[in-house]
Ligand binder design. Structure first.
Ligand code: ATP
Ligand code: MG
Length: 396
């Protein structure tokens, strides 16, 4: 009997034809997260197993952050399908525990057993009652839930169920580019996108000296939080100062944000194409601010042809904040460093910008040259999920 960590796939198991592709990736992602530990992974279409002598708590702490895992069980593989042997092995395990109430639950993928799951549970329950004195079966709230899975080649038994994150293994759905500001919304948008199996890179627009090094470090720190789910993360930092100053000096202020965001979208689309990212992702939410009215989104979105995914489009702010707290980005997001949008925010941004006005105003600045320059000189940083380095740690 071997002690193992068992992984259940959940939604993944609905991927009939290409499930192997998803499982291979899941295995790779788990190995990536555990790369400094001595582990071996095996799997079949129903379950994945982590075989290791390392501390199980440490392994579980890490794999709880991996998408594509529906449930984790600490359990045992009994190398037999013989019911008498199985009964004895389970009895041995139970004798190590102090408890008074229990219940047996059975699953049976080995259909050659000439009986039902309910019968198997009953038989095993009776065997346990007969051999361990003072026990009682309790259906509603047992102290010990004995889960047994009767499989073709072996049998699994486990007592603990730990909820996984669900979703798809990161990387199975290609790559996206997340527009990552220092705010609350965009890290949450990134998290939800990674959950769907999309590996993300991030892009951040900074405007030094109008924006501080602390603002940039805050974004790096948020990227590091996302890196846990994403197997590290590449962050593109675009110097947006000249573009922003040029807009500020030359364009009527009610259109500052609209034009600025059109520039951000254009640059993001260029970086996405260079990096083979198939979508842009951002934290826009309908109606949240002037630039997120439907007319604004229309006027801004039209400058790119790449799909723009807005995972938070229909979320209330309070629901977004709940997720931000859960993924531990909230406290960082609310640190008070200005980002490039807040500094140049006009008193009365236009709520229903007209496209014709955008074209007219954009003629007033050499934006193509400015974009070319910004893309050419941009900085690329790889942020690791599990390294303690980072010059920005002290600042936060
Ligand atoms: P957040 O809380 O994510 O900053 P927000 O409510 O402040 O969002 P906006 O500032 O209008 O809203 O930005 C909308 C989205 O545009 C952000 O969620 C983010 O995806 C992107 N964005 C805004 N500013 C930047 C920036 N400086 N760099 C990269 N992306 C940005
Ligand atoms: Mg913002």
């Amino acid at each position: 009997m071997e002690s193992v960590i068992i992984i259940k796939y959940g939604e993944l198991s609905t991927k009939k034809d290409n499930i192997n592709f998803f499982l291979k990736k899941l295995k790779e992602n788990i190995l990536f997260t555990l790369n400094d530990l001595d582990v071996k992974i095996t799997y079949d279409l129903g379950r994945m197993f982590i075989h290791t002598n390392e501390n199980f708590d440490e392994v579980i702490k890490r794999i709880k952050n991996i998408f594509g895992i529906h449930e984790i069980n600490i359990g045992y593989i009994i190398d037999s399908t013989d019911f008498d042997i199985i009964k004895e092995e389970i009895l041995k395990l139970l004798k190590e525990h102090e408890f008074t109430t229990f219940k047996v639950e059975s699953k049976r993928s080995n259909k050659s057993l000439n009986t039902t799951s309910v019968e198997l549970s009953k038989n095993l329950g009776a065997h346990i009652l007969k051999n361990i004195k003072g026990l009682k079966v309790e259906v509603k709230n047992p102290e010990v839930l004995v889960n047994v899975e009767y499989r073709i080649n072996n049998t699994l038994v486990y007592f603990e169920k730990i909820k996984g994150l669900g979703g798809y293994p990161v990387g199975t759905l290609g790559k996206g580019l997340l527009m990552l500001s220092g705010g609350i919304d965009s890290p949450v948008a990134g998290y939800l996108t990674i959950k769907r199996g999309v590996k993300i890179e991030a892009i951040y627009f900074e405007s030094p000296p109008h924006t501080s090094i602390e603002a940039k470090n805050k974004v790096k720190s948020l990227a590091k939080k996302l890196a846990i789910y994403n197997n590290d993360i590449v962050l593109h930092v675009i110097n947006f100062t000249e573009i922003q100053e040029s807009i500020y000096k030359n364009i009527p202020h009610d259109y500052l944000i609209t034009i600025m965001r059109r520039m951000m979208y254009r640059i993001s689309a260029i970086i996405a194409s260079k990096r083979n990212a198939k979508i842009l992702v951002n934290g826009e939410s309908i109606g949240q601010v002037a630039s997120q009215t439907l007319t604004s989104m229309n006027a801004i979105n039209e400058v790119v042809s790449i799909p723009v995914i807005r995972p938070l489009a229909c979320f209330d702010k309070l629901d977004i904040i709940d997720i931000a707290k859960k993924i531990d980005t909230y406290e960082t997001s609310i640190l008070p460093f200005e980002d490039c949008c807040t500094i140049f925010v006009p008193k009365h941004p236009v709520i229903n910008p007209q496209k014709e006005k955008c074209y007219e105003y954009e003629e007033l600045i050499p934006y193509k040259d400015l974009i070319y320059e910004a893309v050419k000189t941009h900085e690329i940083i790889t942020i690791k999920a599990h390294e303690e380095e980072n010059e920005f740690k002290d600042l936060l």
